[in-house]
Ligand binder design. Structure first.
Ligand code: OMP
Length: 272
């Protein structure tokens, strides 16, 4: 999906919500455990109940890899279900990959070609030659970690080298890489006060913003400096939406939580 198609979907739905499919088998309703593939059945019900409120879904691959081959199968079925039934939805493989060039090429092939995701999250610290194999897929987006939502972000990302914070160097340097127009960046919702600085470096890039909901980030604070004329944000919530209930009404409850965020987004868009 192109950036322009994503923007059109955001406008059509008045939503820049991304729902994180971080499925922990211990947290899903127990009646689903009788199914052959409980994780896929859970995802399918959540997607069917929320697809009109969200523009993107982001399975974090850790939650699938943890169950071995069976988990990978659930991931594959989930992305196939999304692509077949809701092709207008933007998909993000949250895998946080990145390695020497030939290895990165294989990661890119796995997520873009084999699984068919629109984008993948990558870590920047192995530098240009570890990211350009992802960017070589010109119809896909590569989402680079810039300033993450966790406490550990202060260990390296905000530290200064040559008087510049490392996350700013990541943003600035990555702009010179081949096909950098297909980069997006991860910035945590818990770091709302940094968005003003970030927008000075990447004024129009899309930012994937996790950390609303369970991690306590605030939508309005993020939008204050983060939003652009084309919105430029994908706000992710995982646990806050998908575990709203673990009873028979789990999908309905997820939809209620998604609606709550989408309604706030609509108000923000209308106020621009
Ligand atoms: P919740 O806290 O349950 O909404 O989940 C957040 C999701 O976003 C998880 O899949 C995290 O791995 C991911 N995430 C962060 O929480 N912080 C970051 O800085 C980056 C990510 C990410 O790349 O998506």
């Amino acid at each position: 999906m192109t950036t322009q198609q994503l923007i059109s979907e955001i406008r059509r739905k008045n939503s820049f919500l991304c729902i994180g499919l971080d499925v922990d088998i211990k947290k899903i309703p127990s009646f689903l455990l009788n199914e052959e593939d409980p994780i896929f059945e859970f995802n399918k019900a959540i997607i069917d109940a929320t697809h009109h409120l969200a523009v993107a879904y982001k399975p974090n691959t850790a939650f699938y890899e943890a169950y071995g081959l069976k988990g990978w199968k659930s991931l594959e079925k989930t992305i196939q279900y999304l692509n077949a039934n809701y092709p207008e939805i933007y998909t993000i493989a949250d895998a946080k990959r990145g390695d020497i060039g030939n290895t990165s090429s294989m990661y890119a092939k796995a997520f873009f070609e084999d699984l068919g995701f629109d984008s993948v999250t990558v870590a920047p610290y192995m530098g240009k030659d570890s990211i350009e194999p992802f960017l070589a897929f010109e119809e896909k987006h590569t989402i680079l970690l810039a300033l993450t939502s966790n406490q550990g972000a202060f260990d390296f990302q905000t530290q200064k080298i040559n008087n510049t914070e490392v996350y700013k160097t990541v943003l600035e340097t990555s702009k010179s890489w081949k096909n950098s127009q297909n980069l997006m960046y991860v910035v945590g919702a818990t770091k709302a006060e940094y968005f003003k600085e970030i927008r000075k470096i990447v004024p129009t890039s899309f930012l994937l913003v996790p950390g609303v909901g369970a991690q306590g980030g605030n939508l309005q604070d993020v939008c204050h400096y983060g939003i652009t004329k084309d919105i430029g944000l994908l706000i992710n919530s995982s646990r806050g939406i998908i575990y709203a209930s673990n009873d028979l009404d789990f999908a309905e409850a997820a939809s209620r939580e998604a609606k709550h965020l989408q309604a706030q987004m609509e108000e923000i868009i209308n106020g621009l």
